[in-house]
Write a new protein. Structure first.
Length: 303
């Protein structure tokens, strides 16, 4: 990559959290995952970007994680049942070093960075989340992507005995997602292991989940157990469920409506009773970084 992306949101855009200041302990706790980069903490403030702040409480109590139920508070109520240790990730397909990796082995030596990102659900609500994560590109470069690979497929763990939504078959599980290889290698794309310098909560997708900030939230698949390099566009859960409403790309785009609602504006979680909806930004505010990935594509056709 020719450049290193600079965060445009800072800690001032999220509500201060006691643990966020307590960085030393976290450095100790995540020492096994490599040094923590301070990309977010020193980033540039954009005064015009008046985003509603989100607390850890908001981020961990209003979730989508259908394996634990379809209600917004179901994941917080049920995800304590998720077993996250030990955790291994199968890496297969068109890679030089396929295998079943213990999570710590896969991430060893890679840099955990702070990334404060806008997060926009296809249901037209949004938050600002201070993630800690590793660039997916670093992981892919470590396992060695073969030249014919064009896409990356991801799969969420299935623990039927622990997952009420799996028992009720609310979706076709395992939850699966995918990215084009250039999207996966983009420096904005991270695998998050923390929020506010704490280990990521189960309801947010512990122990490791994808975050692709310019795409609708459902692309950011949780609790990943498999990463596959392939030359075929992989199936994705919401596209399988309703292809007319949910495409493979799912880039945030205020000009392309969902068949049942507008995507031109969004409700900010935690904004309070009288909070105004705010206009949704093209590519969720990351247009200058990612628009080039889609040059020449009709975004209404490739939604
Ligand atoms: N495995 C899995 N991943 C998932 C989901 C899910 O139901 N199952 N929901 C998606 C949707 S619709 C959104 S908006 C985000 C929500 O992430 P958050 O709860 O951490 O805010 O997770 C995405 N990843
Ligand atoms: Mo979502």
């Amino acid at each position: 990559m020719a450049y290193r992306w600079k965060n445009d949101l800072t800690a001032a855009d999220v509500t201060p959290k006691a643990a966020f200041l307590n960085r030393r302990q976290i450095l100790k706790a995540t020492a096994g995952l490599g040094a923590i980069g301070l990309v977010g903490a020193g980033g540039m403030a954009h005064a015009q970007d008046a985003l509603a702040p989100n607390t850890l409480e908001e981020i961990t109590s209003y979730n989508n994680y259908y394996e634990f139920g379809t209600g917004k508070t179901d994941p917080a109520a049920n995800a304590h049942q998720l077993v996250t240790s030990p955790w291994s990730i199968k890496v297969d397909g068109m890679v030089d070093n396929p295998g079943d990796y213990a999570l710590g082995d896969l991430l060893a030596g890679l840099t955990v960075e702070d990334r404060i990102y806008r997060f926009r659900c296809v249901e037209a609500w949004s938050m600002v989340v201070p993630w800690n994560g590793i660039e997916l590109a670093d992981i892919l470069n470590k396992v060695g992507v073969q030249s014919g690979a064009k896409y990356v497929a991801f799969e969420t763990v299935v623990q039927p005995e622990n997952m009420i939504g799996v028992q009720r078959r609310v979706l076709d599980f395992p939850y699966v997602e995918g990215l084009r290889l250039d999207e996966a290698m983009h420096p904005l794309t991270i695998m998050a292991t923390g929020i506010y310098d704490e280990l990521i909560s189960n309801q947010n997708g512990a122990p490791i989940r994808l975050v692709v900030p310019w795409k609708y939230g459902f692309k950011s698949i949780k609790s990943i157990v498999r990463i596959t390099l392939t030359d075929q566009e992989p199936p994705t859960s919401w596209n399988k469920s309703n292809a007319r409403e949910y495409g493979f790309y799912s880039n945030v785009n205020p000009e392309v409506s969902h068949p049942r609602w507008s995507q031109a504006s969004e409700r900010t979680i935690g904004g309070g009773l009288f909070a105004k909806r705010k206009p949704t930004l093209m590519f969720n505010g990351y247009e200058s970084e990612v628009a080039g990935l889609y040059a020449g594509m009709d975004l209404a056709e490739y939604y």
